[in-house]
Write a protein that binds this ligand. Structure first.
Ligand code: NAD
Ligand code: TYD
Length: 363
């Protein structure tokens, strides 16, 4: 049997590790059985779900290397002692849904900006301790950002040095968070790396987002609210590829650098919806054309040359990933049905009731 590669960072603080991408990162890292120890810090907002870590928590060897702390990244009292005990911080924690940022932006500022600031300050304290010889090295901080910071890209592909032109409260907050992270590299010499991933999909995806919303609604023969003409384009990245690329940048990325994580699977929303309906054997007549999202970005697309040069390659083709995702939601109703209740019903009403009442056939 081959031995797993020796990890560069043995003790990780993974913030937001009970969310969609963070939990995939934690599950996949622990499953390598390379000795990595992980502390997850997660506030367990509506989007956080301890069940996302069940596969790791039910394996005794992995569970012994995992500690779960419920808490807020914007709370310095919680964050400081955790950062003191790790070699790297990987920050997935965020308010992550554009539509919610349009309804209520304030939590996005608190977590996606102030929360990042608190994590950076804790790393800075540890840097001072390292300089005083109280620990071996300052922690590395990886800030998980998004392609949405580039804004809508009508043609071509965004490269890392391009201007940031965020257009929603979500993407503006994410841009602020990553700019702050980079400023700590420039100003204080903190070891910071930043990733900008594209639209991600796969198992454990919260049902508020396009793909899982449409899969779970279609399973129940409910209407599918397609915004505007449905010709907006996204580049769909399978969650294990996104988590793997983040791990690769954590290990190999150059300090102070930003790395795009594209998928090279650009599709119009209509194409994605048609494909998932086909897999489910459900009719297009479920799709309703509804009022568009205000400020809706038409297209995202990124250049991936820099990450490729670092030695990373995605492995999941879109058709296979989408089929696996549809099948996962079909066989894991016990995971998503509880999420689509309680707070969800309120959110769904606010977001979709008037839209669906005014909707028309999507042709
Ligand atoms: P998610 O909403 O599924 O998970 C976010 C997690 O963060 C949840 O577990 C939540 O409980 C936790 N959290 C929220 N506020 C917190 C706080 N103040 N303190 C501690 N924990 C808190 O999000 P996701 O889709 O897994 O995205 C993870 C990261 O990746 C985010 O930073 C997001 O901006 C970024 N990103 C997401 C995508 C995508 O398509 N999903 C694409 C690119 C980048
Ligand atoms: P989403 O999953 O919210 O990701 P993002 O806005 O971060 O790209 O949406 C993906 C695309 O699907 C986006 O163009 C908006 C569209 N969309 C709909 O048409 N209807 C919906 O109900 C949702 C949630 C999204």
């Amino acid at each position: 049997m081959t031995q797993p590669d020796e990890p560069r960072f043995r003790r990780l603080l993974v913030t937001g590790g009970a969310g969609f991408i963070g939990s995939c990162f934690v599950r996949d890292r622990l499953a390598r059985r390379d000795g990595t120890q992980i502390v997850v810090l997660d506030k367990l907002t509506y989007a956080g779900n301890r069940a996302n870590l069940a596969p790791a928590e039910s394996d005794p060897e992995e569970a012994a290397r995992l500690r779960f702390v419920v808490g807020d990244i914007a709370d310095p009292q919680v964050v400081a002692p955790l950062v003191a005990d790790v070699d790297a911080v990987v920050n997935f924690a965020a308010e992550s849904h554009v539509d919610r940022s349009i309804l209520e932006p304030v939590d996005f500022l608190r977590t996606d900006v102030m929360g990042v600031h608190v994590l950076l300050e804790a790393c800075r304290t540890e840097q001072a301790r390292a300089r005083a010889g109280e620990r071996a090295a300052a922690p590395r901080m990886l800030q998980v950002s998004t392609d949405e910071v580039y804004g809508s890209v009508e043609t071509g592909e965004s490269a890392e040095q391009d201007r940031l032109e965020p257009r929603s409260p979500y993407s503006a907050a994410k841009a602020a968070g990553e700019l702050l992270a980079r400023s700590y590299f420039v100003t204080y010499g903190l070891d910071v790396v930043i990733t900008r991933g594209s639209n991600t999909y796969g198992p454990y995806h919260h049902p508020e987002k396009l793909i899982p919303l449409f899969i779970t609604n279609a399973i129940d023969d409910q209407q599918l609210p397609l915004y505007g003409d449905g010709m907006q384009r996204r580049d769909w990245l399978y969650v294990a590829d996104h988590a793997g690329a983040i791990g690769h940048v954590l290990e190999h990325g150059e300090s102070g650098e930003v790395y795009n994580i594209p998928a090279a699977n650009e599709r119009a929303n209509r194409e994605v919806v048609a494909a998932l309906l086909e897999r489910l054997g459900k009719p297009w007549s479920l799709v309703r054309r509804v009022a568009d999202r205000p400020g809706h970005d038409r297209r995202y697309a990124m250049d991936g040359a820099k990450l490729a040069a670092l030695g990373w390659k995605n492995t999941m083709p879109f058709e296979d990933g989408l089929a696996a995702t549809v099948d996962w939601f079909r066989t894991n109703e016990a995971w998503w049905r509880p999420i689509k209740s309680g707070e969800w019903e309120d959110y769904y009403r606010r977001q979709y009731a008037a839209r669906l009442a005014d909707s028309r056939d999507a042709e």
